[in-house]
Design a binder for this molecule. Structure first.
Ligand code: FES
Length: 169
């Protein structure tokens, strides 16, 4: 549940974003992109708020937010891991990388984000670095020639850099 102060603060930032872009309908996608950058996803109450402020029907705003793959209506982790499952990566066993990550992050069937909102795991069809297959990207950092052991180490390093003790997660 959002505390009053949290949601007021959220709307303050949303107001700034709308103000900076103008509330013309043509600015909607840019506004949604900036809001998503801020919150890492598009919270439902913020989409409704944007619709009200911009004078657009909520269904239109939700329609845009669900149409584009880059928008997410679900909370995402601080670290978004994209594992490539394009042809070059697939033949170099990207599925094993994915399996190792799901196990390491303790993700259950159908779950892509860890409960502590630290990691989100996604697959993509080609990251454009096929020479480094199998490849994964975490936020903007590219990791090439991955092995199941190497991904475990990458995750451990991130957890360590966050100062989290493993068994507290
Ligand atoms: S197929 Fe994986 S980077 Fe191209």
């Amino acid at each position: 549940m959002l505390a009053g102060t949290h949601s007021q603060r959220s709307f303050k930032r949303v107001n700034e974003i709308i103000k900076a872009n103008g509330n013309q309908k043509s600015a909607l996608i840019t506004i949604l992109q900036e809001v998503q950058e801020e919150y890492r996803y598009l919270p439902e109450e913020i989409l409704t708020y944007i619709a009200t402020v911009m004078g657009i029907s909520p269904s239109k705003v939700f329609g845009v937010a669900t149409f584009y793959e880059n928008f997410s209506l679900e909370p995402k982790g601080k670290y978004v891991i994209k594992v490539c499952d394009g042809t070059a990566c697939h033949v170099r066993k990207s599925r094993d990388i994915l399996k190792a990550l799901r196990k390491k992050l303790e993700l259950k069937e159908g779950q892509n984000t860890t409960k502590d909102l630290l990691f989100t795991l996604e697959t993509v069809s080609c990251l454009g670095a096929c020479g480094l297959a199998p490849v994964m990207v975490i936020n903007d950092k590219v990791y090439g020639k991955m092995t199941p052991d190497a991904v475990e180490k990458v995750i451990d390093d991130i957890i360590e850099s966050e100062g989290i003790v493993n068994d507290q997660r």
